[in-house]
Ligand binder design. Structure first.
Ligand code: ZN
Length: 85
């Protein structure tokens, strides 16, 4: 699988480390969050059949983090639309 590093171009997957899905935001008012909401924040991760935004780091290259959108069915990767490199 080729992964497009924003700074180095397309490189083989072995040069990267997976950082997981783009994290959910920290609860804005943690004092009011119940146990179920904390469990969702800490342990639940998206697992869609289709597009998923993910963080990757180019460990064998520029060592920079970036976000891509990967289709979990086809593994097709496109740069993230939010511009976070
Ligand atoms: Zn790179």
């Amino acid at each position: 699988m080729l992964i497009p590093c924003p700074w180095c171009g397309d490189r083989e997957e072995v040069e990267f480390r997976y950082g997981g899905p783009v994290p959910m935001g920290y609860p804005p008012d943690p004092q009011t969050v119940d146990d179920a909401a904390w469990a969702r924040y800490l342990y639940y991760r998206p697992n869609p059949k289709g597009a998923l935004e993910e963080r990757w780091v180019h460990t064998a290259g520029c060592r920079r983090w970036f976000t891509v959108t990967r289709d979990t069915v086809t593994n097709e990767i496109t740069p993230a639309t939010d511009g976070s490199g």
